[in-house]
Design a protein around this ligand. Sequence first.
Ligand code: ADP
Ligand code: MG
Length: 401
Amino acid sequence: MLYLEDVDIKGRTVLVREDFNVPLHDGRITDENRIVSALPTLKYILEQGAALVVCSHLGKPKKGPEPGLSLAPVAKRLGELLGREVPLAPDCVGPEVESMVGDLQAGDVLLLENLRFHAAETGKTPDARGDFGRRLGGLADVFVNDAFAVCHRENASVVDAPGAAKTCSCGMLLKKEWEYLGEALREPARPFVAVTGGAKVSSKLGVLTGLLGKVDHIIVGGAMANTFAVAQGFEVGRSMVEDDLVDAAADIIDQARAKGTTLHLPLDVVWGKSTSDAQAGGSGAWGDMPQDAMALDIGPETVKLFVSVIEQARTVVWNGPMGLFENPAFADGSEKVCRAVAGLDSDALTIVGGGDSVAMVGAFDLADEFGFISTGGGSFLEFLEGKELPGFRALKECASQ
Ligand code: ADP
Ligand code: MG
């Protein structure tokens, strides 16, 4: 895989796949973080004297173009941030777009319209995707993928476009993901602790299994821990449980023992009658919880245990809050665990990823204290699982052509 710095782009046309899937409210961008994060790659390309074409998806358009999911607000904001005009093409492929790209001079920027206005972008078969992806990649001399959040998807702009450009490379944002996550997995300083939580075991099963034997400790909190509690034989009242995954949870408990990873499960929990309760109903061991309540946070004994494990860590990867942190009544466990990770000294590598987890770190105002904040959700999980992501595979194949 080539890095952007390895490629001579002066005087060439460079197409960058970014992740500009920003949240919009009434046509306004409510969080511009994804645009800001892309600036180093985009500015570098312009400074090298290339013509810049940028593409992205936005939301989930169902059938063709939807005005509410146009990238127009992004074009406007990107222009302000780059200090130059960023016109929006009416589409992302086709004769009109080709002619607009052909007219670009070094230092010019063009944003293509939402990739997902074409169903072929997310086409389920290579045939459905390939032609669209090749037309997209064929627009430029150099294709750059900088969108980690979609690297686990077999989308046209991720897997088909790279091979259609003459050269392709990984952008600066993607390189950072590759290096930080790669370092954590390839040569982790130990103890290596994985902190897992969030809503569902089903979305994290692969990661849990993939990390067994690789990490020294796995901490399990959040609603996910409830399914493990059932596997341990506890009554969990009305807590969120995935009944069909109780056996899988039991299997992970057994495998952890066999593979030398210590699994840490909640000793006590904080409960409530409803997720919107203004105050927690109480806390204690599983057996103390009334059967009409549900576990919504880890308890104080568990916080102590998890914090003591984290304090020894030299590498931490985290996905999934410890409780329903959006409600302050159930945020304590997540906050204390977050402070423990944030408090590690700077030679410990600390990484957090996942949409809600990153929001959580932001909500506690601790983002600056983490070593690395991944831009991926599903891609972050699949990388940790040990899978080769299609986006990286495409860049490697393209580099060895
Ligand atoms: P991420 O987006 O970081 O991958 P998830 O989507 O898996 O994380 O999970 C985050 C959600 O899980 C949060 O919205 C949080 O409120 C919820 N959650 C965590 N613990 C519990 C719990 N005990 N009961 C209900 N919901 C929970
Ligand atoms: Mg989530």
